[in-house]
Design a protein around this ligand. Structure first.
Ligand code: APR
Ligand code: ZN
Length: 361
């Protein structure tokens, strides 16, 4: 089958292969025919070493498709079901899921032995899958908790986006930071994740939503998603003075993954406000805070992992918002690509040109 493989960390392009094989599913696994996959900046981050990744590896972690086969013990889905892949699925039974009530942080399935074995191979060589999901492929094999069944009438292109970028951004606003009605919000980075944070803030009732991006060509488009203002970084201080009397924003979301921007997001947050880090930076890069300001400013500095998702609940919440016109998913698709165009898509992400691109198999 076809799959886009990262052969070595640092490679600029993926190896488009046509001879990839998949392991047999275990009794608790599901084979999914991937119909659509989004290209997320995290795929590029796996290529350049920002996100640690075993290689060779089938990239992609934002996908949807149709269940092809299920293992003998699988009860929640059956062949023919339309599903979204979940790259960090909850087991629903452990202390993290039940006592801490943080199903997005459950690692029981993430590190389940079934999920640790490489799902693909090529000529006898094992091939891993990004986040053990690997959606840049025609078929993938997922643990049963790693799929969420959705209604058959939901287009699978928009469903695929819910699997990572949309959930990550909307969830950061409504689950993690819990944006309040009437508040002032700034979002750094207007890619798929940032635009979703903008939409999440709008859904939560924010009064002012400022988008900050180095690519001003995107500004008209970004406002269609609910940003009330869009500026380049150099213009932000003036706008902060105008909108907040210089106090800063109630909420700041960093949706890029750059330490200096994380620091700026903290500075743009008002005393007592919330600075939410959504972007994924490198393990060997650091953000500095002086030991006085953390006390003095009383700002809440919080990370957001996968938008605080409980995939079993939140994917459906987002799709209901979409169904009733409150979450624009179609508008987020900047380009539709074929498998052979995946590397063009990756280049466009690197240039910061797009909101989201969907690959159709
Ligand atoms: N200042 C402002 N905007 C910037 C800067 C900067 N220094 N550098 C890049 N940008 C903008 C780009 O122009 C682009 O519009 O940030 C946006 C990033 O969008 P994408 O590349 O599409 O990234 P996305 O898929 O949204 O992911 C964002 O979230 O999940 C994580 O790993 C992911 O860290 C990444 C982040
Ligand atoms: Zn992603």
């Amino acid at each position: 089958m076809r799959a886009a493989v990262l052969q070595a960390v640092g490679d600029k392009h993926l190896d488009l292969c046509y001879d990839i094989e998949m392991v047999e599913p275990t009794s608790h696994e599901v084979v999914v025919r991937i119909t659509h996959t989004g290209i997320c900046h995290s795929d590029v981050s796996a290529m350049n070493g920002t996100i640690p990744q075993d290689v060779p590896c089938v990239l992609g972690h934002e996908g949807a498709g149709v269940v092809e086969a299920v293992g003998s013990e699988v009860t929640a889905t059956q062949p023919g079901d339309h599903v979204i892949a979940v790259w960090s699925p909850p087991c629903g039974q452990c202390e993290v899921c039940l006592v801490h009530q943080k199903p997005n942080l459950c690692s029981a399935i993430m590190y389940h032995p079934d999920r640790l074995r490489p799902p693909f191979s090529q000529g006898g060589t094992d091939i891993a899958a990004m986040a053990r999901t690997g959606t840049f492929t025609e078929y993938t094999v997922l643990y049963e908790h790693g799929v969420v069944k959705i209604d058959d009438d939901i287009p699978l292109d928009i469903a695929s986006l819910v699997g990572c970028g949309v959930m990550t951004g909307v969830g950061a606003a409504i689950n993690t930071a819990k944006v309040q009605p009437g508040s002032k919000v700034v979002v750094f980075g207007a890619g798929g994740v940032g635009v979703s944070a903008i939409q999440g803030a709008r859904i939560a009732g924010a009064a002012e939503i400022v988008a900050v991006d180095i690519n001003a060509d995107k500004f008209d488009k970004i406002k269609e998603f609910g940003a009330t203002h869009a500026v380049i970084p150099e213009e932000l201080d003036d706008l902060k003075s105008e909108l907040t009397s210089g106090h800063g924003f109630d909420y700041a979301f960093e949706c890029i993954g750059i330490p200096s921007v994380m620091r700026t997001a903290y500075e743009q947050t008002r005393r007592g406000g919330t600075c939410c880090i959504v972007g994924v930076g490198r393990l060997d890069e650091f953000v500095q805070f002086n030991a006085f300001e953390l006390f003095y400013n009383e700002k809440k500095l919080i990370g957001s992992y996968y938008g605080g998702v409980d995939a079993r609940v939140d994917f459906h919440r987002l799709l209901r918002l979409w169904r009733h016109g409150q979450l624009d998913l179609e508008g987020m698709i900047s380009r539709r690509l074929t498998f052979d165009q995946i590397n063009d898509g990756i280049d466009a992400v690197r240039r910061g040109e797009v909101v989201r691109q969907v690959v159709e198999f």
